[in-house]
Write a protein that binds this ligand. Structure first.
Ligand code: SF4
Length: 257
């Protein structure tokens, strides 16, 4: 449950503010001004989120910045976390899975159980990402993400601001209308630190065992869970069903209680 709720009219006004051709820094400032209560930013430390982090620093507003430390990240991702804290002089809160959940998951499915089936993969994402995210977002009013419409077909209709069906929190996507070219130009112009893997064919970076480099011309999310069907290749962070609860994953009942 969010600490503060915005009316539909206020969300419409926010969409207008964010979509009016303003700079990224101005968008972050508008979010801070128009969304009361705690605003959280969950960064994956990918290129989109690094642009958002830069703008948060530039706007000089308080945003609760955290990252989901799944325990399976590339070393380059953790180096990006460290470099970002030093560059911007702020703390990026590392949110870890619950130890008991993780121990039960690994005991049941094995250390790399996520390759056994889509259900097992989703169970791993649930324990390492979804539940920690829900914990970190508890009580927040707003949730800033780095989603862009042209990242994948499934994200083609992402608005600037909407009420998240799962939590009721106002989900804020200040990069919604940015193209990859715009993003890269912003990163270069501002000398924003980015994950070294972006230069080695990794446009979208998640956990190490579930991410591979893509070939030129491939979809930018083709390197995520590449052994699964194209449909529904999300980890559950951005496409949660309405009224989803951390304990709702049927597959984990008993294993993580
Ligand atoms: S991306 Fe892979 S390793 Fe990371 S939480 Fe999901 S299934 Fe587990």
């Amino acid at each position: 449950m969010s600490a503060t709720t915005l009316s539909a009219a206020a969300i419409a006004e926010l969409n207008q503010s964010l979509g009016s051709g303003t700079s990224l820094t101005a968008r972050i400032a508008a979010i801070a001004a128009q969304v009361p209560g705690r605003i959280a930013f969950s960064t994956s430390l990918g290129i989109e989120d690094q642009a958002v982090l830069h703008a948060i620093s530039d706007a000089n507003v308080f945003i609760d910045v955290f990252t989901l430390e799944t325990g399976r990240h590339f070393p380059e991702t953790l180096d990006t976390l460290d470099a970002s804290e030093q560059r911007y002089g702020l703390k990026i809160r590392a949110v870890y899975p619950e130890a008991r959940d993780l121990e039960n998951l690994v005991a049941r499915d094995g250390i790399n159980g996520f390759r056994q089936s889509i259900d097992d993969r989703k169970a791993c994402c649930e324990v390492r990402k979804v539940r920690p995210l829900n914990r970190a977002l508890a009580g927040a009013s707003g949730w800033i993400t780095g989603l862009r419409r042209d990242q994948s077909a499934g994200r083609g209709a992402v608005p600037f601001a909407e009420r998240d069906a799962g939590t009721g929190i106002i989900k804020l996507n200040p990069l919604a209308d940015w193209t990859l070219a715009q993003l890269e130009a912003y990163i270069a112009a501002n000398d924003v630190p980015i994950n070294a893997l972006h230069g080695r064919g990794y446009p979208s970076i998640g956990c190490q065992p579930c991410t591979r480099a893509v070939r030129p011309g491939e979809d930018i999310r083709a390197g995520r869970w590449w052994w699964e069907n194209e449909d529904g290749k999300e980890c559950g962070l951005h496409n949660r069903p309405a009224h989803a609860k951390p304990e709702a994953h049927e597959h984990l009942k008993g294993a993580a209680s």
